[in-house]
Design a protein. Sequence first.
Length: 214
Amino acid sequence: MSNEAKQRRVESTLALAPVVPVVIIDDASRAVGMARALVAGGVPAIEVTLRTPAALDAVRAIAAEVEGAVVGVGTVLTAKDLDAALKAGAQFAVSPGSSPRLLDAADDCELPLLPGAATASEAMALLERGYRFQKFFPAMPAGGPKLVGAWASPLPQIRFCPTGGISLANAPDFLALPNVACVGGSWLTPADKLAAGDVAGIEALAREAAQLKR
Ligand code: 3PG
């Protein structure tokens, strides 16, 4: 797939819902129920972060069993992570920032990457490599809606998915911006609800998030 085709794939993934749930999962056996709840609630693009040993098993299970889910792998830091994500059946990858080595690996990998930027210089360096879609991370500590909004005029080619410190309450401030495609956040899959297998609770959080306007 060409880099431009990968960008189009990212574009259609980010268009699926106003929020991409960012998941930290400890027990892979909870993955399918959780993902079905998210899909049923209207947020089908799901980022499972590589922050736990269960993450890749969770991705494999979701990719194999959950109809309608578009599962991605987050916290991708290295070429090895990217390869593991692809082999697990992920449809996209997300990184908190970018490094030249990771970007070189992404050029040679079929998996579309959504790399992170937190400054105008980082966003420009990614744009030079063809990334019109970028994660803005960590969104709130880095400057929140004011910072990403300030990039709309000088960097109109780039659409961002802000994540980091986003909630149902502050998501509208980002979604109102012309250069924000959607937001990401872990609030839809809280650790207590995941551990308890509270799929009804997760579906309710997803439903609320899916109704956010953009
Ligand atoms: C991410 O990787 O995008 C963040 O960890 C999600 O941030 P949050 O937990 O503040 O939503």
